[in-house]
Design a protein around this ligand. Structure first.
Ligand code: ADP
Length: 379
């Protein structure tokens, strides 16, 4: 007898279209048993819901993940049986909007009582309405991987915090030393001290980036926004970076918009990291005598900021990876250009812009230059 889903459907949903004959009942029981065997053999947690989100069926793995028994749970609506938490947000109702959620904590009274921390990747698919079922929810247990990942994130955060103090002290001593003895040093000694200073600065920037990455990964990167005059704000950041550009004989220009921009709410510290990162990158990846321009435009309800350079440009195949963690273009870079960064700036910038509700993108041509742009909504 082939597996009969409709029979099972009717059985579970209690739909009795016509009185069930004894031979039909045995088919239903057989079908039900087949379904049980199939579901119990699946390593993933499986929940079958009706179109209203009521749990019709669950396998043993799902019961283990929820910390409950099928008897106590089947018949409840999903949101009565379980809360799905991603970072700190309740995403239970998002389940039927998107079709996949990652690293979701299964919060049930049973799991809380037993102190169980269960994390799953969930995918949801709609079942053909004709079957009488609504949704198939598949849960893949990732608690172990999640635990390891949390340890890694925690380790990076602690290591970065611990490195901050000695680096600050190295920088402080170098500064004090050059203040006291700078004019007594010969050229070789000055070069040596400058190397120490540059490397301490690079290390400090790496540590700050790692701290920001771990804040993003832990969901603790928060914004403290206030209304600013974007034109003034940009102008002052660009002004602060002019010295670095001049050292490399690069012209760095900021053009104010023709008409006044509306007010905008931003986290000044975080946004200055974004702008500084884009402009610093342009300085790093542009040859001496190059040109960098920063300007804004108002488009509908958004302010778009552009940072353009006529530097080395970015190969087309790298553009899709630019905003991911630790990605750096290696092709065609000199050792000096390559050693300047750590591949975290654009990843962090994208997170910060996204947290502000904006988007960041780039247009670039190898050998011609790049234009990095990002949008921010006006308040
Ligand atoms: P990094 O610290 O390496 O600069 P980012 O995340 O800021 O890290 O940038 C990632 C990579 O993108 C850089 O290593 C570089 O290869 C490329 N890149 C970023 N900005 C530019 C630019 N203006 N011109 C050319 N390449 C760039």
């Amino acid at each position: 007898m082939p597996f009969n889903l409709t029979g099972i459907t009717n059985f579970f949903s209690g739909v009795a279209q016509k009185p069930i004959k004894p031979e039909e009942e045995s088919h239903i029981t057989e079908g039900k048993n087949q379904l049980k065997v199939i579901l119990s053999g699946i390593k993933e947690g499986i929940l079958i819901l009706d179109t209203n989100g009521q749990i019709l069926l669950m396998n043993e793995t799902a019961a283990n993940l929820l910390g409950c028994t099928p008897q106590s749970t089947v018949g409840k609506k999903l949101d009565q049986a379980v809360r799905l938490i991603q970072n700190t947000t309740d995403v239970t109702s998002n389940l039927f909007i998107g079709n996949a959620l990652e690293n979701v904590k299964i919060q049930t009274p049973e799991n809380i009582a037993k102190g169980k921390e269960i994390y799953v990747n969930i995918s949801v698919s709609k079942i053909d309405e004709k079957t009488g079922f609504g949704w198939l929810v598949t849960m893949h247990d990732v608690s172990y991987e999640y635990g390891i990942e949390q340890m890694r994130v925690g380790f990076v955060s602690v290591a970065a915090h611990e490195l901050r103090t000695p680096i600050t002290s190295i920088k402080g001593y170098v500064e004090a030393f050059t203040d006291d003895y700078g004019d007594k040093l010969n050229e070789d000694q000055k070069t040596l001290i400058n190397h120490i200073k540059d490397n301490a600065d690079r290390l400090a920037s790496l540590v700050e980036n790692l701290l920001n990455v771990s804040r993003v990964e832990r969901g603790t990167l928060s914004l403290s926004t206030e209304e600013v005059n974007w034109d003034e704000f940009l102008k002052s950041i660009v002004e602060d970076l002019k010295e670095r550009a001049t050292e490399k004989s690069i012209s760095l220009m900021y053009s104010s918009p023709a008409s006044q921009l509306p007010g905008i709410r931003i986290d000044k510290v975080r946004m200055s990291e974004v702008v500084s990162n884009l402009v610093s990158n342009s300085i790093n990846y542009t040859s001496p005598n190059g040109k960098i321009q920063v300007w804004t435009e108002l488009k509908g309800s958004e302010i778009i900021t552009h940072v353009a350079d006529n530097g080395i440009g970015i190969p087309e195949d790298a553009i899709g990876h630019l905003f991911t963690k630790f990605f750096r273009v290696t092709k065609g870079l000199t050792q000096q250009q390559y050693s300047q960064g750590n591949g975290l700036g654009l990843y962090i910038s994208k997170e910060i812009v996204t947290m502000h509700g904006g988007k960041i993108w780039v247009e670039s041509q190898v050998g011609k230059g790049s234009i990095f742009s990002f949008s921010l909504s006006i308040s």
